[in-house]
Design a protein around this ligand. Sequence first.
Ligand SMILES: *Cc1c(COP(=O)(O)O)cnc(C)c1O
Length: 368
Amino acid sequence: MLVPFVDLKAQYASIKPEIDTVIQRVFDETSFVGGKYVADFEKDFSIRYQAKHVIGVANGTDAIYIVLKMLGIGPGDEVITSASSWISTSETISQTGARPIFVDIDPQTYTINPELIEGKITPRTRAIIPVHLYGQMAHVSTIKEICDKHELFLVEDCAQSHFSMESNVLAGKTGIAGTFSFYPGKNLGAYGDAGCIITNDDHLASRCRMYANHGSLKKHDHQMEGINSRLDTLQAAVLSVKLKYIDQWTQSRINNATLYSEHFRNCTEVQVPQVRRDTLHSFHLYVIRTPVRDKLKLFLEEHGIQTAIHYPVALPFLPAYNHLGHTKADFPVAFRLQNEILSLPMYPELSVPQIEYVSAQIANFFRK
Ligand SMILES: *Cc1c(COP(=O)(O)O)cnc(C)c1O
């Protein structure tokens, strides 16, 4: 049996007539930038999130950069974030001229460890960016208290956590803004790059919208210099179709994760993902942990099972951050985990026999 890590074809096949129809419509109307489809998607997403403002942008990286920049973060400032994430979270901090300050992760949840945050706050700190990694909510209400106490902005990186919740509050709704990626492999994925910002703050929303479109809300009325980071019309049209199915897809991911974890109940060598109490984990990724990760990965590959590592090198240890001079001892949990984590195939269309096959092969590996 072959089990791919993700299978975007299966999902396309399940909604092909609808997708093909809207794409043809955008082509027929030759309205490729802005317009009705972008406005409609922003409206659809704002309804689902009960967010006052949704600003479509070109990708999830720009979403973070634009928010930070429009919050006035820049040279001399520090922004705290997790040692374990995709580089977008920290490179956007640097893009503003500020300095990323990494914090080690919670060994149970793999998200930023809230107990270590206050030790990193200095008079230069302006914001904290928790990442709801793999679909697991960071300890966002605790982080919000820290932000309020120290008068810091809370910006949530929700690129991996569409419709995740903590105490029934959606990811992205606790901070001043939430940023989303609709990269094709994300839980809500476009057919190319796309992203958005959600916020209830009118002033921030207006500034973000302006900045993402050359500093203007009206053509030729440039209130400031900005960038070109608009949500592509074709992507918006695709996203509006896919948004209708997101609840059922999230539920399938959760069911698949539950099934995996049940199969591993007797396989003590595998540490399965821990879901925090009173949260909804949207399982962008199903990440297990074992000290023999590399051998297991190879074994699964030999048996037709694709896996991946998120991430093989934690942010502070990337060559891009050599200049910060971090050592392994600064982030012991992130360092240890980068050698033990393994992401198993996870997508809504993953079948029960596929999950059983993957689980059985992992059990075989440990029985050898
Ligand atoms: C994917 C991702 C992003 C960036 O999204 P793009 O749309 O690829 O720019 C940011 N943060 C995290 C945690 C991500 O996984």
